[in-house]
Design a protein around this ligand. Structure first.
Ligand code: HEC
Ligand code: HEC
Ligand code: HEC
Length: 199
């Protein structure tokens, strides 16, 4: 078909052509979505990080092999790490041995951050963090050990500071708003900042 015939065909059948094109685009979208669900992790050779021709590529474990057995998430690195621990699929050293490294026992409070605004309040769970991290990963360089003293702001988080040093890098990303902003204002769970200590 030459260009003129194609054009005429399109003009005469524009509704049909657009319908077919639309359907094709939709099918491609579906195929894409199911492909993504089947393999959330790019193979090493295609992740744009590893050299597909390098000798190391055959020595490394494929991410889907290592991570595929863990509870799934829809964001970040597609693993819900908190569930991985609570369901006992993995057991970080600190959970196995709470006195490791002479750290204080994990009795730090859950901290409710209650800046007034339209967003839900932020419940900061110390324990979820001290399962993996040492106090010195956060105190005193990133956060004061005094509730409200660190002037935590969303803009800084999105800039990769404060919570954003890890969230978006090694932990779930800042786009997952309600995982941090988890407690509606005025809900029964709302407790004053710093007073919501766990037993
Ligand atoms: C990793 C945790 C985390 C995530 C994810 C997160 N936030 Fe925040 N956000 C915070 C913290 C902590 C504060 C400070 C809360 C306070 O002091 O009361 C905050 C504060 C805010 C504020 C108050 C004003 C300000 O600038 O501090 C707004 C609005 C806000 N976040 C919107 C959002 C939106 C929208 C998203 C999703 C796109 C989001 N947040 C995701 C932790 C998070
Ligand atoms: C992932 C970061 C992180 C880790 C790791 C961490 N903290 Fe915190 N901690 C915070 C944040 C955030 C606050 C609140 C700071 C603010 O509101 O300005 C806080 C506040 C505190 C407070 C004040 C609580 C209150 O009610 O006044 C104490 C005490 C504290 N942390 C002790 C510890 C100890 C002990 C450890 C180690 C076992 C630890 N933290 C590990 C982030 C962390
Ligand atoms: C030093 C690294 C680090 C910093 C700083 C940090 N986090 Fe985290 N956070 C983690 C890791 C690691 C996890 C567990 C992995 C995951 O859930 O992706 C986690 C998990 C969480 C969870 C658990 C979500 C769930 O599924 O139960 C919340 C909520 C959270 N962080 C909020 C915050 C807030 C709010 C701040 C800032 C005040 C913050 N974090 C600062 C590393 C950090």
């Amino acid at each position: 078909m030459n260009a003129l015939i194609v054009k005429r065909f399109y003009m005469n059948n524009w509704f049909f052509v657009r319908w077919v094109l639309g359907l094709a685009a939709f099918m491609m979208l579906l195929a894409d979505a199911s492909g993504a669900a089947a393999n959330a992790w790019a193979p090493l050779a295609k992740d744009d990080l590893h050299d597909p021709k390098g000798p190391g590529i055959t020595l490394l474990q494929e991410p889907s092999e290592g991570l595929g057995t863990l509870p799934r998430d829809k964001v970040g690195n597609m693993v819900n790490w908190v569930q991985a621990v609570s369901k006992g699929v993995i057991s970080p050293l600190r959970v196995q041995n709470p006195s490791m490294g002479n750290l204080p026992p994990m009795q730090e409070p859950e901290i409710m951050m209650d800046k007034k605004g339209s967003m839900n309040m932020v419940l900061f769970p110390h324990k979820v963090h001290t399962m993996w991290l040492e106090c010195s990963n956060c105190h005193p360089a990133i956060f004061e050990t005094k509730v409200g003293a660190s002037n935590i702001m969303m803009e800084k988080i999105l800039n990769g500071e404060q919570c954003g040093l890890c969230h978006g890098a090694v932990a779930f990303p800042p786009t997952d708003c309600n995982r941090c902003h988890s407690v509606p204002h005025g809900s029964q769970n709302a407790k004053p900042a710093g007073k919501a200590a766990r037993p």
